[in-house]
Ligand binder design. Structure first.
Ligand SMILES: [Zn+2]
Length: 286
């Protein structure tokens, strides 16, 4: 799933490549992806693409003075920028991975795509991004929050730190992949309870969050369109590296189920050498 750094990179690319161009056509191939009906997609034609930014993991494309296309890429969605399209014919609804195509006046444009069968990519055409329920509920951005606000928000939502970090209402932008990396860098167990974190642990967690997210943004922004990818294995120390050596201590990276996914961690770096019990599995066995 694209997280803060990948969405920031997409916004940066659009600011450089697309802002200033006028939307020629807004084509919808997946009607389930478009979550709003007013304004109509046809109303977008002729509107200049005037800006691009993000709210947490939501991409926000400004259209003219008072319209926004807000996109949540979900687990397998992505934005593919094209310098040109092979065919001028409009997309056929319901076929293939393309949900929405935006054509610009210079012949370029972009496709919003979603791989797989589980379709949850969401596109909203709104006058105010806060009309999007997921945007209205977002906590402060992970890269904008102060250390003290960070501590207050984590303690205010007592739970396992892994779950609290990815809760978009607590902090906006962090997802499954970078939360594994942040917890590893902070040397914290993913199952540590936020209400019991010491000041030193909160310092370490805040510093790790800033470092991991800032590094990832710097790696992502400035890439060429073809290099922009939703997948983010490069530079990862524990996430999606089950069975490989931890680059810090050499222990084997382990995996344990968490919510409906799995998380990866290093026992030596994070849990005093003790492997975490797979709670879902032990529940089944019992
Ligand atoms: Zn380690």
């Amino acid at each position: 799933m694209p997280e803060l750094p990948e969405v920031e990179a997409l916004a940066a690319y659009l600011r450089e490549r697309a802002v200033g161009h006028t939307v020629q056509r807004f084509e919808v191939a997946s009607f389930s992806a478009l979550k709003t009906y007013d304004p109509a997609p046809s109303a977008i034609a002729g509107t200049p693409l005037s800006g691009a930014g993000r709210h947490g993991k939501f991409l926000d494309v400004s259209l003219g003075d008072d319209l926004h296309m807000v996109v949540h890429l979900a687990r397998a969605g992505w934005l593919h920028y094209r310098d040109s399209f092979k065919s001028p014919a409009p997309l056929k609804p319901g076929s293939g991975p393309i949900a929405v195509r935006v054509r610009l006046d210079d012949g370029s444009g972009f496709d919003l795509t979603e791989a797989g069968t589980q379709k949850s990519l969401a596109v909203y055409l709104v006058r105010d991004p806060a009309e999007v329920p997921g945007v209205a509920r977002l906590g402060p951005d992970a890269l904008a929050v102060s250390r003290d606000e960070f501590a207050d928000r984590l303690r205010g939502r007592n739970g396992q730190v892994k779950g609290v970090l990815v809760d978009q209402e607590v902090l906006a932008g962090i997802g499954n992949a970078y939360s594994d990396e942040i917890l590893h860098a902070a040397r914290l167990s993913p199952f540590a309870l936020t209400g019991k974190l010491t000041e030193d642990q909160l310092d370490a967690l805040y510093a790790a969050m800033r470092e991991i997210e800032t590094d990832a943004v710097q790696r992502s922004v400035g890439q060429k369109a073809a290099e922009l990818k939703g997948e983010k294995r490069a530079g990862m120390r524990v996430h999606a590296r089950t069975g490989l050596p931890c680059p810090v201590c050499g222990d084997t990276v382990r995996e344990v189920s968490f919510a409906d996914k799995s998380l990866q961690y290093c026992a030596t770096c994070q849990t005093g050498g003790k492997p975490l019990a797979d709670r879902r599995l032990s529940k089944l066995v019992r």
